[in-house]
Write a protein that binds this ligand. Structure first.
Ligand code: DMJ
Length: 540
């Protein structure tokens, strides 16, 4: 319905009046409502920026303060060249240990490991996700041995207050916990006689016991310290791994002997009995085994390196640890090593370098791992303990050849440090062209073999090779507050991986220190080293 003309006029005037009122109000009334909100929001924003600025300034000040504190590092850097006799070199190694330890103590105390360049804690999945001071426990015997008394005392007090059971979180590696923690504590007891260490070793081993509750008694690889639940690695499809379940006996047997509690030795013996009863393909031990009773071998994969190595080592050392009384173990070691030699030992075509290949079914892979370099030391130790001269000479020769091959893997790199794994092909020998194999993570196995060769032969070249390695560690692996692995041994300025492995103290430093020491420090007729280089007393 339309409006009449006077009605339209009234509506028009009304609308104009309302518009005038609104416009006036907008310009003349005090600001409020939304405008006030925006102004306050603005002032909050400005305050935030100022606060953030202040925080950033404080953070930068803190970083600067820390950097100033750490640079120059309070530990004097050892002078290379000043030490041209064994004693000077031993002292030099001791200074390296102190430098690495001080970095850990200052920046990562109680953590598992140190990031020497970030100057913070580091851990890896083998330790679960708890803070369990792996470096302290792995290092304490070395600190004691080299006479770092204050450092030893501080480590000892930390361990006395430490409760592994409540500190360990998540899935721990049974093998690594055994060789580093149980082994480290047992050796601290063996060296010092301090019963606290023995009690702690028993506590740690007790936590591992539920992992052995499987149909065959072969332990699972992982255990949750809190719940006692154990399992195999998801990637191992329900199977256990030779180097892991095969490297229990030295620690568990020693522990039962020292404590009088037979349960540990029983668990280790069970594994050995199960393996003795099994048929071995051509006398060889495959890496994988099922958890059934009786177990079955998995894929026919054989190696002297990763996932197999310390099984062979423990057969030999268990025989030695029992005062060479355990004949079954000696026989099984000899059979195993003989089968490995027969099937997997090769000499390279161009340089006549001896190495153990890897075998998958019948297919050979002509590569040798840094880890497998331990085998030189192992066969030399056999030679030193063998009465039969022909056999002894044979293994001394094999040990020297492997020590030489592993030295070539060092000498043929740019840094003078060997890679994680190296190949023998028509184009390369004792080198790798694979980038993923070119790293070095402070592993000890090559120096370990030179250490046994030094003790057995007194050939100065082994000390010289060890000294060369010391200098290369200084040049390429030394970081701001400790030592780091490097990502590529074939680069002249390799990037560091910023991890100071706990086995640097337990193994590499210990072997380096011992190689420049007299033989009466840990004589090999009285001490046997576990696979983490923790010394246990031989029973006589
Ligand atoms: C150590 O933890 C032990 O020697 C183990 O047997 C395998 N290798 C690492 C260090 O390389």
């Amino acid at each position: 319905m339309g409006l009449r003309s006077h009605e339209q006029l009234v509506v028009c005037v009304g609308v104009m009046f309302l518009l005038t009122v609104c416009i006036t109000a907008f310009f003349f009334l005090p600001s409020g409502g939304a405008d006030l909100y925006f102004r306050e929001e603005n002032s909050v924003h400005v305050r935030d920026v100022l606060i953030r600025e202040e925080i950033r300034r404080k953070e930068q000040d803190e970083l600067r303060r820390k950097a100033e504190e750490a640079n120059p590092i309070p530990i004097p850097k050892p002078e290379i060249g000043a030490s041209d006799d064994a004693e000077g070199r031993r002292i030099f190694v001791k200074q390296m240990i102190k430098f690495a330890w001080d970095g850990y103590r200052k920046y990562a105390w109680g953590e598992n490991e140190l990031r020497p360049n970030s100057r913070s804690g580091h851990s890896s999945s083998i330790f679960g996700y708890g803070k369990t001071g792996a470096t302290i426990i792995d290092a304490i015997d070395t600190l004691y041995l080299v006479g770092l008394k204050e450092e030893y005392k501080e480590a000892r007090d930390w361990i006395a207050d430490f409760d592994f059971k409540t500190s360990a979180k998540g899935d721990l590696s049974v093998f690594e916990t055994n060789i580093r923690f149980t082994g480290g504590l047992l050796s601290a007891f063996a060296l010092t006689g301090d019963k606290m260490f023995l009690k702690k070793a028993e506590d740690v081993a007790t936590i591992l016991l539920p992992a052995f509750e499987t149909p065959s008694g072969i332990p699972n690889s992982l255990i949750d310290a809190q719940t006692g639940r154990s399992k195999t690695y998801s990637w191992a499809s329900g199977k256990a791994i030779l180097s892991e379940y095969g490297s229990i006996q030295l620690e568990f047997d020693y522990l039962s002997n020292l404590t009088g509690n037979p349960v540990f030795a029983q668990k280790a013996d069970k594994i050995r009995d199960v393996l003795t009863a099994m048929e071995k393909p051509e006398g060889l031990y495959p890496i994988y085994i099922t958890m059934d009773n009786p177990p079955r071998w998995g894929q026919h994969l054989f190696s002297m390196g990763a996932m197999a190595d310390s099984w062979y080592e423990y057969l030999l050392k268990q025989w030695i640890a029992t005062g060479k009384k355990d004949d079954r173990t000696k026989r099984e070691y000899e059979e195993a090593i003989f089968a490995m030699e027969k099937r997997m030992l090769f000499k390279s075509e161009q340089s006549n370098l001896w190495y153990f290949a890897k075998m998958n079914g019948n297919r050979m892979e002509h590569s040798f791992e840094h880890l497998a370099c331990f085998s030189g030391g192992m066969v030399v130790l056999h030679a030193m303990n063998e009465k039969n001269k022909t056999i002894s000479d044979h293994y001394m020769t094999l040990g020297k050849e492997i020590g030489h091959t592993c030295h070539e893997s060092y000498a043929r790199s740019t840094t003078g440090i060997g890679p994680e794994s190296f190949q023998f092909t028509s184009s390369v020998e004792a080198k790798t062209e694979r980038r993923q194999d070119s790293y070095y993570i402070l592993r000890p196995e090559v120096v370990e073999t030179w250490f046994y060769l030094w003790r057995a032969t007194k050939d100065e070249k082994y000390r010289q090779w060890a000294w060369d390695h010391v200098q290369n560690l200084e040049e390429y692996c030394k970081g701001t507050a400790g030592y780091s692995g490097i990502r590529n041994v074939y680069e002249s300025s390799p990037e560091q991986d910023d991890v100071q492995q706990s086995f640097l103290f337990a193994e590499l430093f210990k072997y380096l220190y011992l190689i420049f020491s007299e033989d009466n420090i840990l004589p090999l007729d009285q001490w046997v080293f576990n696979t983490e280089a923790h010394p246990f007393r031989i029973r006589h």
